[in-house]
Design a protein around this ligand. Structure first.
Ligand code: URA
Length: 209
């Protein structure tokens, strides 16, 4: 079963409090999400492989380490996932970015993928699917199925806030996928919102309602 990593770093928790606060306006919300995404990128890349490199410092030759060239792909789920991409790219600038757009048919409740554009070599990349709110898990689940269908082999899921319901769906459907969260909240309400949550992440990022 995939592991759930709640990133309890004090800076992440502090910023998340202001992200949750309904008095935080769009500009500040967006900036805070960007900062938390950057901090989460730091944690999520903790186990990237390193390789030896010999360099010359101004003083002497030194045996040091650099990243072993593991290729990363960031896959934001439209639209709220976009809000976390720039923050992650600040720390992983060489990552390629693919996009997945999904909506749920209000009648059949079946997912409909209206857009997908991925790096051509997703089979060789470690993919990080980005969905700020892991609520029912429907979109993340569908996006991960879609990536696997196209050959993706290594996938992690990164969210700001998760509900136990969504975590369970991903763990059941994708036991190979680890989940990284800034917080694991209590549950979903009757409208599918995470509680306490932060409201609609897309609306708060883009100032829509
Ligand atoms: N999507 C959101 O943006 N917020 C929630 O609480 C649940 C789903």
């Amino acid at each position: 079963m995939g592991k759930v990593h709640v990133l309890n770093h004090p800076l992440i928790q502090h910023k998340l409090t202001y992200i949750r606060d309904k008095h935080t306006g769009t500009k500040e919300f967006r900036e805070l999400v960007d900062e938390v995404a950057m901090l989460m990128a730091f944690e999520i890349t903790r186990n990237l492989p390193l390789q030896e490199k010999t360099i010359e410092t101004p003083v002497m030759e030194s045996q040091t380490q650099v990243l072993a060239g593991k290729k990363i792909g960031l896959i934001p789920i439209l639209r709220a996932g976009l809000g976390m991409v720039d923050g992650m790219l600040k720390l992983i600038p060489a990552a390629r970015v693919g996009h997945v757009g999904l909506y749920r048919d209000p009648e059949t409740l079946k997912p409909h993928e209206y857009y997908i554009k991925l790096p051509s070599d997703i089979k060789e990349r470690e993919l990080i699917v980005i969905d700020p709110m892991l609520a029912t898990g429907g979109s993340a689940n569908d996006a991960i199925h879609s990536l696997k269908k196209r050959g993706a082999k290594q996938i992690r899921l990164m969210c700001l806030v998760g509900a136990p319901e969504g975590v369970e769906v991903i763990q059941n459907e994708h036991p190979d996928v680890d989940i990284f969260l800034a917080a694991l909240d209590e549950k979903l309400d009757e409208h599918g919102y995470i509680i306490p949550g932060l409201g609609d992440a897309g609306d708060r990022l883009y100032g829509t309602k």
